[in-house]
Design a binder for this molecule. Structure first.
Ligand code: PMP
Length: 361
């Protein structure tokens, strides 16, 4: 197959075509280098330029203040579930978790292995359909940190602004909406995100950490699990995912060319809006998330029966609309429409939804 399909996968996900084309052109030899990026030392001048450019690109796009470090780690967002409490949850303290979906629950589970945790709010009862209201969040004023998931990839629920946490360090898993819209980085003590949705391939995990947090880290953790190791080593303490960082750099350049995060946000709103409008204008489709908590990255909805959902996915795949099956834990349909997913794909999905409803409604 040489034709590309519309790829609605939740991650690893669609990448910008110009990025893939450039990577293809440079696969055998980086210009002027005569070797692939996968064949050079991570301590070479060439790679130094690539990792510095990736960092500078993120710093510019996300407007990261100077007192924050940018790290490229491995182990996925899942390792951050453990690393965050290993570094910032002392034995005599407790950490607050705000649960808006399945990934927040996983983060909580890992933190509870390390130390004491407190669920400051959970939206589990309603099936994770919304972000909590301000008065539903019961913070411990002495919490070591407050953790949230900016976008719940499985349920399709997204924070539209940060909760008020006062001076408590706010930690965010931004794996599935990083780079989709501007964020006030200075409201966070630490942001982490796996690259494989909006930034590049899997195997690179971005960590943005505020300088003053480093002083809280206890001695004695395994070297690789101590953030200070990676700050000191500028993400080169050990061999990083050089290929992943190279692609991430190209993706940042692509986002910048598209007009940066404000332009991305406008486009993402327009793309998601098309699908949500199709859901709202029909009684055949039922959106999962409440209106003001809906994700612009993962649009989740149900059909009248699981049988129809199966048929929907099968027929969509035949028409070149791939990856629409909801996560195995919740079922239903999920259209993941990250930055690199084209508006034309959202239009194609809406047209298919209308046809499918006419034939099966
Ligand atoms: N958090 C969120 C919000 C995610 O969507 C995912 C992956 N889908 C993860 C964490 C886990 O990421 P990883 O596979 O990189 O460990």
């Amino acid at each position: 197959m040489s034709e590309r399909v519309f790829n609605f996968s939740a991650g690893p996900a669609v990448l910008p075509e110009p990025v893939l084309e450039q990577a293809q052109r440079e696969m055998l030899s980086l210009p002027g280098v005569g070797m692939s990026v996968m064949e050079i030392s991570h301590r070479s001048k060439t790679f130094d330029a690539i990792i510095n450019s990736a960092e500078a690109g993120l710093r510019e796009l996300l407007n990261v203040p100077a007192n924050y470090h940018i790290l490229f780690l491995q182990g996925g967002a899942s390792l951050q579930f453990s690393m965050v409490p290993m570094n910032f949850l002392p034995p005599d303290a407790s950490a607050d978790y705000i649960l808006t979906g399945s990934w927040g629950k996983k983060a909580l589970k890992e933190a509870a292995i390390i130390g004491a945790v407190n669920v400051a709010a959970t939206m589990a009862d309603g099936g994770f359909t919304r972000i909590p209201a301000r008065d539903e969040i019961k913070l411990n004023p002495h919490a070591a940190f407050v953790h949230l998931t900016t976008n719940e990839t499985i349920e399709g629920v997204e924070w539209k602004s940060e909760p008020e946490v006062g001076d408590l360090p706010l930690v965010a898993d931004a794996s599935s909406d990083i780079l989709s819209h501007p964020i006030p980085v200075d409201k966070y003590a630490l942001i982490y995100a796996g690259a494989q949705k909006n930034m590049g391939p899997s195997g690179v995990t971005l960590v943005i950490i505020r300088e003053d947090m480093l002083a809280r880290i206890p001695d004695g953790a395994p070297t690789m699990l101590d953030y200070r190791t990676h700050v000191k080593g500028k993400s080169l303490y050990n061999t990083p995912n050089t290929w992943g960082i190279y692609i991430l750099d190209l993706v940042c350049k692509w986002v910048k060319e598209k007009g940066g995060l404000e332009a991305m946000h406008r486009e993402n709103e327009a793309k998601a809006g098309l699908i949500y409008d199709a859901i709202d204008s029909s009684s055949f489709y039922r959106g999962h998330a409440d209106g003001d908590s809906r994700s612009i990255m993962n649009v989740t909805f149900r059909l009248p029966s699981e049988e129809l959902e199966k048929k929907f996915c099968a027929e969509a795949t035949e028409k070149g609309l791939d990856g629409l099956k909801g996560h195995r834990s919740v079922g239903g349909i999920r259209a993941s429409i990250y930055n690199a997913f084209p508006l034309s794909g959202c239009k194609a999905l809406v047209a298919f939804m209308k046809d499918f409803e006419r034939a099966n409604g």
